[in-house]
Ligand binder design. Structure first.
Ligand code: SAM
Length: 289
């Protein structure tokens, strides 16, 4: 079996399969031997029996997951990697690879048919070009995953893990904190990959909450408010929220004043609790007009 953290062995494996890296699919494969065991271990801490891996590549993380979980299902979009994975995972009978775009995956059917009642987590070195869509797909559909342990670009990790209401926070921060408790686990330098990308990475773990961090009457409306609030960060909350939601400036100002905010407050200072209170106040304020 080829050593998947040895550059010479990887090149020989890929040459045998006539494989060339696709930049557009975010193909930077991990070669630092310390990273995958640590990621798999962190993911396994929640005692899930099953794990879904997104983008196994040549299987370097998969080989660690199969040793720690009863069942592993991988989604790999690039069909050229299937024969490679057939070789590198040949020794394991608890793994199955699906040649599908994870964003189109029927996760409820997967959980019922492939994992039948097991607790399941997600582990991945994510393709960075779709980090936010994948995280939102996993979280907002409320799939019952125990945790989502993923490697993302360092800057994305900084934003995701920043407290809501701090300078680095944005709409993704608010959404992730609503559904999960995010934490940074460890940093991974660009030299840990083949080919080396021009960014550094961080492994983060999102522990999915049993119920969202705040209670809101209408989630879709709540997230429209958050998207509006962060769409024009330099503007005051009144201007950005009014522009993004179509509510009148007066309605937004009344709602903010009723909650004790100054009328020129900026939305980037709001916590999730502030957003939830504002959502309810906007509803009351609009009803009075
Ligand atoms: N897990 C491997 C590793 O750590 O070396 C590879 C990680 S590489 C950063 C990302 C992988 O995701 C690639 O194998 C790529 O082909 C795959 N991928 C890209 N877009 C995908 C999608 N929409 N669904 C499933 N896999 C995808």
């Amino acid at each position: 079996m080829p050593n998947l953290t040895d550059v010479g062995s990887i090149r020989a494996l890929l040459n045998r399969h006539d494989f060339t890296f696709s930049k557009s699919l975010g193909q930077n494969f991990l070669v630092n031997p310390a990273v995958c065991p640590r990621m798999a271990e962190a993911c396994a801490e929640s005692h899930a029996e099953g794990v879904v891996e997104i983008g196994p590549g040549i299987g370097v993380l998969t080989q660690e997951l199969v040793q720690r979980f009863r069942k592993v299902v991988c989604y790999e979009l690039d069909s050229r990697l299937l024969p490679v994975l057939g070789e590198t995972l040949a020794a394991y009978d608890n793994v199955c690879v699906r040649n599908e775009d994870v964003l189109k995956a029927d996760i409820p059917a997967l959980l019922a048919q492939s994992f039948g009642g097991m607790r399941v987590s997600v582990c991945a070195n994510l393709p960075y070009y779709i980090t936010s869509p994948i995280l939102m797909f996993l979280l907002e559909n409320r799939f019952p995953f125990s945790n989502v342990t993923v490697m993302v670009q360092k800057e994305a990790a900084d934003r995701i893990c920043a407290p809501v209401g701090s300078r680095l926070a944005g709409a993704l921060t608010a959404a992730v904190h609503y559904y999960a408790e995010p934490e940074k686990l460890f940093s991974v330098s660009r030299g840990s990959f083949l080919p080396a990308p021009n960014v550094d990475s961080t492994v983060i773990r999102l522990t999915v909450r049993e119920k969202p961090a705040v209670e809101v009457a209408d989630e879709a409306r709540f997230f429209r408010l958050i998207a509006a609030a962060f769409a024009q960060r330099r503007k005051t909350a009144v201007n950005s929220i009014s522009a993004g939601t179509g509510l009148s400036k007066q309605t937004v100002e009344d709602a903010l004043l009723s909650l004790g905010f100054e009328k020129n407050v900026r939305a980037e200072t709001f916590t999730l609790e502030d957003f939830a209170a504002l959502d309810a106040a906007l509803l009351r304020s609009a009803a009075r007009e």
